[in-house]
Write a protein that binds this ligand. Structure first.
Ligand code: HAM
Length: 423
């Protein structure tokens, strides 16, 4: 038997209420804040992620699904949405429109990682980006959007970590201070940290290996090394969040695992946070466009992991609206009644009533069991007797026994009951 590939999952109909709730709320909140939907391709030129996401990230070093296609092009299944959205912005000359451009996208993303709860090889993200403006009000807007979105989903007791990791003016000075702190501990560091010390020192702060924790915990924080412009920017982000009633925690070790961030970075955690448990994260990436060969174009955004949001909705027993069932089950008993049963189903659907049409030959008991499992409100059965009399045996699933009604009368009864429900 074939199985779904490791790290992927089938979402069966019973899972849909959760995913539909998250995606509908995402779309609602995106448009509430004026973000428009964009859809970018599932795969891109591999170089886009190597340059965009960054050569020294875990994603590019270890996790990309890359392959050479039949035309010899080196392509990659997107591990995230941000470089694709920036590429689309540059490719379509969106700088010529009023700035910033606010975009959102719900994507499937692909990372070859070690699968575990909340970590998949194919996962889904709700991604929002605001490109073309460096106003700190935008950083705060995105954080607020993410926060209110999670609240509206029904998630509680979340915590928000925030930090600023400066820009090209103040970063060299900070990295020097970081190296000076780490160098004397070289021998105590894990292998990854030794490498990071020369390749990507910011990521030292991200290390989860226990023996590196005391060194990382006592490292200098970037917020003490910000240049005036970055300090002012960060202060305004925090002040705007405060006005929104959002109180993030300053986490001096928050640097994020992607290379493109500048200034604001943030991450959202559920109450029982573990190293893999961030519900979402993001930040500003003012250098990415130039890195991709475009003009200087600031940007800021976030992505929230849909599977992790769903896991937490279940853990918190948050109520989710059910996805609608068919309203009517229409069955025939015997081949003679088949066409009149189909006429009835057709009439219902033409009046906008969702209808499940029985197929094959089954006993009445089996038909009723199916109708019950489908969660319909009404069951209409056509047998020989009903065919002869031009009637239908109509069962309100909330009532005990069926009623025999004329075809049109039954139709009107159902249509008016479903209209009552939707009004
Ligand atoms: P990220 O932190 O890599 O950021 O991912 C954002 C969220 O996607 C994570 O917090 C997590 O909930 C979810 N996620 C990531 N990888 C997996 C996985 N393997 N399995 C399940 N869920 C996962 C980004 O992707 C950036 N593009 C965010 C951003 C947008 N920054 C600026 N704009």
């Amino acid at each position: 038997m074939y199985q779904a590939p490791r790290g992927t999952q089938d979402l069966l109909p019973e899972e849909q209420p959760y995913f539909a709730h998250v995606e509908a709320t995402a779309g609602h909140f995106a448009s509430l804040y004026g973000y428009q939907e964009i859809r970018t391709p599932t795969f891109e030129d591999s170089a886009l992620f190597r340059r965009g996401t960054g050569e020294t990230t875990d994603i590019v070093e270890k996790e990309m699904y890359s392959f050479i296609d039949k035309g010899n092009a080196d392509v990659t299944l997107r591990p995230e949405a941000t470089p694709s959205i920036m590429r689309a912005y540059l490719q379509h000359g969106m700088h010529a429109r009023p700035q910033p451009i606010r975009l959102f996208q719900i994507i499937s993303g692909f990372r070859y990682d070690r699968p575990q709860a909340g970590r998949l090889r194919e996962f889904h993200q709700f991604d929002c980006e605001a490109i073309g403006e460096d106003d700190p009000a935008l950083d705060a807007e995105l954080i607020t959007l993410l926060w209110r979105f999670c609240d509206a989903l029904g998630l509680h007791d979340l915590s928000l970590d925030i930090n600023s990791i400066g820009d090209q003016a103040c970063r060299p000075g900070y990295l020097e201070a970081l190296r000076a702190h780490y160098e004397p501990h070289h021998e105590e560091l894990c292998g990854d940290c030794r490498r990071r010390l020369s390749v990507n020192p910011l990521r030292l702060l991200d290390c989860k290996v226990p023996s590196c924790q005391p060194i990382a915990d006592t490292a200098p924080g970037f917020t003490d090394h910000l240049c005036d412009a970055c300090r002012e920017h960060f202060a305004r982000v925090l002040a705007t969040l405060e006005a929104e009633g959002i109180a993030p925690t300053l986490n001096r070790r928050l640097v994020r695992g992607l290379d493109y961030y500048t200034r604001t970075v943030f991450e959202l955690f559920p109450p029982r946070a573990g190293s893999q448990s961030a519900l979402g994260g993001g930040g500003r990436y003012d250098g990415m466009a130039e890195h991709l060969g475009g003009r200087h174009t600031p940007g800021v955004g976030f992505a929230a992991g849909i599977e992790r949001l769903v896991l937490n909705l279940k853990e918190q027993n948050a109520p989710v609206p059910p996805t609608p069932n068919a309203q009517v089950y229409v069955g025939h008993m015997g081949g003679q009644a088949e066409s009149v049963a189909s006429d009835f189903a057709r009439s219902l659907r033409s009046r906008g009533v969702s209808t499940l049409r029985a197929v094959g030959e089954r006993s009445l008991r089996a038909r009723l069991r199916h109708a019950d499992a489908a969660g319909v409100r009404w069951t209409a059965i056509f047998g020989d007797e009903e065919l002869r009399d031009g009637t239908v045996s109509l069962r309100d699933m909330n009532a005990k026994s069926p009623e025999t009604l004329a075809f049109d009368q039954a139709l009107e009864r159902i249509v008016s009951s479903t209209q009552d429900r939707t009004e």
